[in-house]
Design a protein around this ligand. Structure first.
Ligand SMILES: *Cc1c(COP(=O)(O)O)cnc(C)c1O
Length: 436
């Protein structure tokens, strides 16, 4: 983008100039539409999400068999929804804003198997691919017990097939762990900002890790290129995969069930607000899509991004989606929130979600670290920096005067996207960065 075009955008959208200065901003989406009208504009349907949920049910006996930590949930990979009232008080005090509604934390940091939101979409896509191959080769048929996927004839088949993915870290962990467990030959292409412990852990599990000096987009591009030349290789495409998206979307009905169980009503008088940390967009976009199917116009979803990597915010603001990068606006895509360090958002997700999102906002690394410490001190919950991006959401929607956000009838869900696998020494380093 040339300097003149940048100037035009700055004129048009007042937040852009402030974003270029590295400031935190809130943007309300003028293209928000009714859920019905949003659904009429996409090919993805409630049936697609139901199909994904059914598939995860078919695989539950297998998951339970090979990951004993899923015993209690009968092989479903799900996380708790936790009331964080001490954190609510602390946020009110920190920002000087009264927050009369309910504040809940969706703890995807404690999702089994890989400790992040990627245990939803990532694992789902690997399972779907395994099912497709098993059906093609006549190893399984309709209605059979899927715990058989742990048997040697399945592993022998998968050993002749490859799975590849490009990742900043957590997607690689999910895909790598699940694929290796099934017996696939799996390669994770990792960007420069991926953490050493993630690479070590994957190699320990027999995953091939290829490292790139460049950022995330480069790792994805290279992974895609290598996979394309090999018909036995399935490339998991974080930027374009509808399977990933649908795996994430199953969260909608799961949250609806959890809210019902805890007696929380969602309707026109009692709106739900959900704040989702966003990188390339598939995870938070998929979850938001599932929430819209479950709650329609009564749920209000926001994407949260680092001030240095607001790719989805810029893509939606300008309507340019994946044709714009944070570098076009002079931003460097450098952030401690490694799960969100993405310079260009998924065009597929941006375009699909434009009519469904209430808005986007950005968070500085300093805020992420301060909130990381605050949550640890108040609630003894330990998240990775990316996972805190949702936390200022309630304050932002109240400040922006989003209807009913500041009422007692509101329920706010902060989506905590990861942290469960972070080694303790690493977590201590994060904790020590608060207040700096
Ligand atoms: C990947 C990730 C996200 C964002 O998901 P995208 O699909 O990249 O938008 C948020 N938080 C954490 C911890 C992640 O690993």
């Amino acid at each position: 983008m040339n300097p003149r075009e940048v100037g035009v955008w700055k004129e048009k959208i007042p937040q852009i100039g402030r974003m270029m200065e590295g400031e935190e901003i809130v943007w309300l989406n003028p293209l928000l539409e009714s859920t019905a009208s949003g659904l009429a504009q996409t090919e993805l349907t409630a049936e697609d999400v139901r199909d994904a949920a059914d598939r995860l049910h078919r695989f539950a006996p297998y998951i339970k068999r090979v990951f004993p930590e899923t015993e209690d949930s009968e092989g479903l990979i799900e996380s708790p929804l936790t009331a964080i009232s001490k954190m609510k008080e602390a946020l009110s005090a920190r920002y000087g804003v009264s927050m009369p509604g309910q504040l809940l934390l969706k703890q995807d940091d404690s999702l089994p198997i890989s400790g992040s939101i990627k245990a939803r979409g990532g694992i789902y896509e690997v399972l779907k691919h395994a099912e497709t191959l098993a059906l093609q080769h006549g190893l399984i048929s309709d209605g059979e017990d899927y715990s058989r996927f742990a048997e040697p004839e399945f592993r022998n088949l998968f050993a002749t097939h490859k799975i590849a993915v490009g990742s900043t870290g957590n997607l690689g962990l999910s895909i790598g762990i699940m694929s290796a467990k099934l017996g696939f030959n799996v390669t994770v292409h990792m960007s420069a900002d991926a953490k050493q412990w993630k690479k070590d852990l994957l190699r320990e599990k027999g995953v091939t890790v290829v490292e790139y000096a460049d950022d995330y987009s480069k790792a994805v591009e290279e992974g895609r290129r290598q996979a394309e030349s090999d018909p036995l290789c399935h490339f998991i495409d974080d930027e374009n995969s509808t399977d990933l998206f649908l795996g994430y979307a199953v969260a909608g009905e799961r949250v609806a069930k959890q809210l019902k169980e805890r007696g929380t009503v969602v309707n026109a008088q009692h709106p739900l607000f959900v704040y989702l940390p966003c990188g390339v967009g598939g995870g938070p976009g998929g979850v938001a899509f599932g929430l819209k199917l479950a709650f329609g116009d009564h749920v209000h979803c926001f994407f949260a991004e680092p001030t240095h990597s607001p790719c989805m915010t810029l893509g939606m603001m300008t309507g340019l989606h994946d044709a714009v990068s944070v570098h076009d606006f002079g931003l460097d895509n450098k952030t401690a929130a490694d799960g969100l360090a993405v310079g260009t958002a998924s065009g597929f997700v941006g375009k699909t979600m434009q009519p469904f999102m209430d808005g986007c906002y950005t968070v500085s690394d300093k805020t992420l670290f301060d909130l990381l410490k605050l949550l640890a001190d108040k609630e003894d919950i330990h998240l990775e920096p990316s996972a805190l991006a949702g936390m200022p959401g309630p304050v932002n929607s109240i400040h922006a005067k989003v209807e009913k956000a500041g009422s007692t009838e509101a329920t706010h869900i902060v989506w905590a996207t990861g942290g469960g696998m972070v080694p303790e020494e690493e977590m201590n380093l994060y904790y020590g960065k608060a207040g700096k």
